[in-house]
Design a protein around this ligand. Sequence first.
Ligand code: TYD
Length: 203
Amino acid sequence: MTIEGIDRAGKSTQARMLCEALGHVALLVREPGGTAVGEHVRELLKDPSVEIGAEAEALLFAAARAELVARVIRPALAEGRVVVSDRFLDSSLAYQGAARGLGLEEVRRINGWATGGLVPDLTLLLELDSAAAARRRGESDRFESEGRALQDQVLAAYERLATAEPSRWRRIAADRPEDEVHADVLGAVRAALPKLAERVGPA
Ligand code: TYD
């Protein structure tokens, strides 16, 4: 299962709280990262002194994802564990495919190859608009308008992806206290994956 949303939507906090609720069966991973290659790629992508073209950026995310799937996610699934990923291929579709303009189909294709076609059972979209995300940081006036515009495009892309595949996606309003968001996250998991629900107890 994967958690998606714009920057500062609270994905990491919710992913952690969900894994704590699920207990030992759950494995938390984050993208990019989680493997030796993934962590190096993460550093490379975050280094402001390294200029990277949009295509190379998409391929680097896909390379990190290929390693994570092959070395961590598939072995964990084979052991019967539940993997919760803080971002996954939908991040590439929204950021690289839509916001950076590479095209959803191209990005889907390279990622399909990178992951061997692995698709999450459930994807939670933490819905928070860019203005609320900026307020969270307490820097709304310093938040560059270009940065805001990018986040708006990413959110719009997520909304389209969720609408196109309603059986996989659940939308969760994220502009609320984290405990309330967590309760809805658990509710969505219970409803979508009833076998797992037994592990998190009654609502
Ligand atoms: P990160 O520090 O993980 O941000 P956050 O904690 O807010 O999720 O950095 C991830 C950044 O990389 C984030 O801005 C989204 C972007 N990203 C992509 O553009 N494509 C991808 O496929 C992934 C996984 C992340």
